[in-house]
Ligand binder design. Structure first.
Ligand SMILES: Cc1ncc(COP(=O)(O)O)c(C=O)c1O
Ligand SMILES: N[C@@H](CCCC[NH3+])C(=O)O
Length: 415
């Protein structure tokens, strides 16, 4: 697996580009992504499914920058979307609407209507009321919408409770114990074709075992539905494979996982889909930031940097861990500190009580594994402009999203 960030003689590089050169030209904070790492990970899914009918639908929510979507579209990806905004991005990026699956518990009438008109591949439906709405909108347009029901297989993803989605008590999907009845009632509706079953049990799974358990339950369900005359043709197993955020974490091997999936689906005559997000883009990205100040409150050391929870909210939201590396290794040892941003919230930290390089004001650091759910969850809180995004390709780099301006902050507001 290609590792995009590495030290060369004590200096941190992304592919062939020294990160501090980017920071000096583009200013900080900035997100930096490796094109090769993204394509590498996408291809590991696509090639792992070689020879069986399949589509890898990248989950746009993980990182929705147009350049990344364009790169993935050119590599043959489909897209998993959860809003009309994501569909707009896919189209602007040159993605094929015919390769789009539309997930999410709260699709609006307008979003469904425009997805139908654009001819997306299918809807992953999450309730009977939603199925009824799609049926009536498709009938009115004289179309037949391809539908999969998102099944809640009641499998414990054993991940952070905020990002686990496959248990009965979660808002997602339709209870596996009730879904057959829902299929049978939906079969009577016009304007829809019940082509698939889908599931997504949660995110950041370092152990793929629950995904395999869910796949097994889904295949049994396909058998039961077919026996009732519902001709299921497609199985969408969602996303969820995790990445090593801690230096010692395991990296689930996509190839090994897909080999096990292939054994399970063998002979079932299904078009297979996956919706990976994090495992495609997380390790390809870093958030580069400059140290503004050092200070001590009582016994506590603080490293105050120019990035904050508005650029990367994961530590504040999930107490998520991201490795923090100096762009230049120094001889000044380490310090145990809280790495915090300028935002007026005690929760505004990128790391707490962490042993990091003994960086000084002006030094540059990289917050690693930030390519997924980083910029995508960035906000303008405290009227902070969102950072620029940079794409590295070999020895070259370019801005793929400009840093916002102060005028961007007030666009659309009136006195
Ligand atoms: C329906 C659906 N598909 C795919 C994904 C992508 O998940 P991940 O980034 O964990 O691969 C998500 C997010 O968890 C999701 O909700
Ligand atoms: N945003 C979350 C994951 C949620 C995935 C979306 N269903 C994260 O940063 O880990």
């Amino acid at each position: 697996m290609f590792q995009p960030f590495e030290y060369r003689e004590g200096v941190l590089y992304c592919e062939g580009v020294e990160l501090s050169k980017i920071a000096d030209h583009a200013a900080t904070p900035c997100y930096v992504y490796s094109a090769r790492a993204i394509l590498d990970r996408f291809h590991s899914y696509d090639q792992g499914l070689f020879g069986i009918p399949h589509r890898v639908c990248y989950a746009v929510k993980a990182n929705s920058n147009l350049s990344l979507l364009n790169m993935l579209a050119q590599a043959g990806a489909g897209f998993d979307i959860v809003s009309g905004g994501e569909l707009h991005r896919v189209l602007k990026a040159g993605g094929d609407p015919g390769k789009v699956v539309f997930s999410g518990v709260g699709k609006t009438r307008e979003e469904i209507d425009s997805a139908l008109q654009l001819g997306i591949h299918s809807f992953n439906c999450e309730s009977e009321a939603e199925i009824a709405l799609i049926s009536s909108l498709a009938s009115r347009l004289g179309k037949t919408a391809s539908i999969a029901l998102r099944v809640n297989p009641d499998v414990d993803a054993a991940t952070h409770p905020y990002i686990s989605t496959g248990l009965k008590e979660h808002k997602f999907g339709i209870d596996i114990a009730e879904v057959e009845g829902v299929y049978q009632r939906a079969a009577a509706l016009p304007g829809i074709s019940l082509d698939g079953v889908s599931c997504h049990i949660g995110s950041q799974l370092l152990d793929p075992a629950p995904l395999l358990e869910a796949a097994t339950k889904m295949l049994a369900l396909v058998g039961r539905l077919r026996a009732k005359g519902i001709a299921i043709k497609e199985l969408d197993l969602g996303g969820g494979l995790g990445v090593p955020y801690h230096a010692g974490d395991p990296r689930p091997d996509v190839d090994t996982f897909l080999r096990k999936i292939r054994q399970l689906v063998d002979g079932h005559n299904l078009f297979l889909m996956f919706e990976p997000g994090r495992s495609v883009v997380a390790e390809a990205g870093a958030l580069v930031s400059r140290v503004l100040y050092r200070k001590k409150n009582g016994e506590k050391e603080f490293v105050i940097i120019d990035a904050s929870m508005t650029e990367l909210i994961r530590p504040a939201l999930y107490e998520a861990h991201h490795e923090i590396l100096p762009l230049r290794k120094s001889k000044f040892g380490t310090v145990v500190a809280n790495i915090v941003g300028p935002v007026c919230e005690s929760g505004d930290f990128l790391a707490e009580n962490r042993e990091v390089a003994n960086v000084l004001p002006g030094d540059l650091i990289a917050i690693m594994t930030a390519g997924a759910y980083g910029f995508a969850m960035a906000s303008n809180y405290n009227s902070r402009v969102r950072p620029c995004e940079i794409l590295v390709e070999g020895d070259t780099w370019r801005v793929i999203r400009q840093r916002e301006t102060l005028d961007d902050l007030i666009r659309g507001e009136e006195l």
